[in-house]
Design a protein. Structure first.
Length: 51
């Protein structure tokens, strides 16, 4: 299972994480390239809720 995230104006499924770039596929099929140094806030929708 891949992580579904929301960051800045981008929401989608993480396709890959590299040293400098993270790629995210949005629901409409757009592939976003995010520079890791510019990601200041991220929400991971795939993590289970704590009990």
């Amino acid at each position: 299972m891949r992580d579904q995230i929301e960051t800045m104006e981008v929401s989608g499924v993480v396709e890959s994480v590299g040293l400098r770039i993270t790629t995210v596929r949005s629901l409409d099929g757009t592939l976003w390239y995010l520079r890791n140094g510019e990601i200041l806030k991220i929400g991971n929708k795939s993590q289970p809720k704590a009990n």
